[in-house]
Design a protein around this ligand. Sequence first.
Ligand SMILES: NC(=O)c1ccc[n+]([C@@H]2O[C@H](COP(=O)([O-])OP(=O)(O)OC[C@H]3O[C@@H](n4cnc5c(N)ncnc54)[C@H](O)[C@@H]3O)[C@@H](O)[C@H]2O)c1
Length: 274
Amino acid sequence: MRAASLKDSVVSRCAATECIVTQPELSGQVALVTGGGAGIGRSICLDLAAAGCAVVVIDRADPTAVAEEIAAGGGRALPVTADVTVEGDMRAAVDSATAEFGGIDVLVNNAGVFASLTNGPFEEIPVDEWRLAMDVNVLGTFLATRAALPALRARGGGRVVNIASTTALKGTAFLLHYASSKGAVLAMTKALARELGDDGILVNAVAPGFTVTSGVESNPGQVAGMRDRAPGGRVLRREMSPDDVVGAVRFLASPSSAFITGQTVVVDGGAYFH
Ligand SMILES: NC(=O)c1ccc[n+]([C@@H]2O[C@H](COP(=O)([O-])OP(=O)(O)OC[C@H]3O[C@@H](n4cnc5c(N)ncnc54)[C@H](O)[C@@H]3O)[C@@H](O)[C@H]2O)c1
């Protein structure tokens, strides 16, 4: 969703003859989004910007284009090229964010590897792929959250939203490294929610189902079966796009979810009920 179009929709009609344009829901907040340069992360960046956030777009690949898209829609953004698996990169990204925008309120741990991974029996999964999934999806979430923590505490609280996956909830076969890494993300979400509650930092997860992203489009052979099967397993029988994920993330970053922590919101068109 483009920043400008969502901004236009932040309008509440309070009477038939009257229309009040409200402040965007997250006005004045600063959000860091890892893996914001493409796919689900890009859509989250655009949506949070439309909701009023200044957005720090972090990606291993140059995320300038997404920051420019946000600026073109009237929002504020800072592109930061950084790798979530490198501790120094994450600390530098947080330093850049606080220097540019004065602090951090929201961290979205979205960077991940999925569609490029082997989809097959677990005994055929290469060990270096197992390590890659754990490195990016698990260690990356740990390092980004740890780097952001002092800045979140300095604001007196904040939000962490981890992008997990329904594969961890369903126990999806033939993706053991991926499903295991997202299971770890769900466990981290719960444990960190307990650990950081007294700091006013709420930690939740969003678990998307199979989503057609740039990563998926770039690996058609790897995900062909999943893409074909996914719509038929849903109550809502259609493909899922990155824009389907953003509303849950925005909710978990907003004052509307101020008494929710340690939870997982499934966004998959009704494939998995929990
Ligand atoms: N696509 C799906 O079906 C699906 C379903 C459930 C969950 N997810 C999760 O959603 C998130 C985004 O997935 P996507 O499909 O949009 O992926 P994608 O491949 O389209 O985009 C991922 C982005 O993360 C960046 N990235 C990868 N490794 C990084 C690193 N080490 N440091 C910084 N940036 C890095 C990439 O450069 C890319 O811009 C991932 O965590 C993924 O596991 C995806």
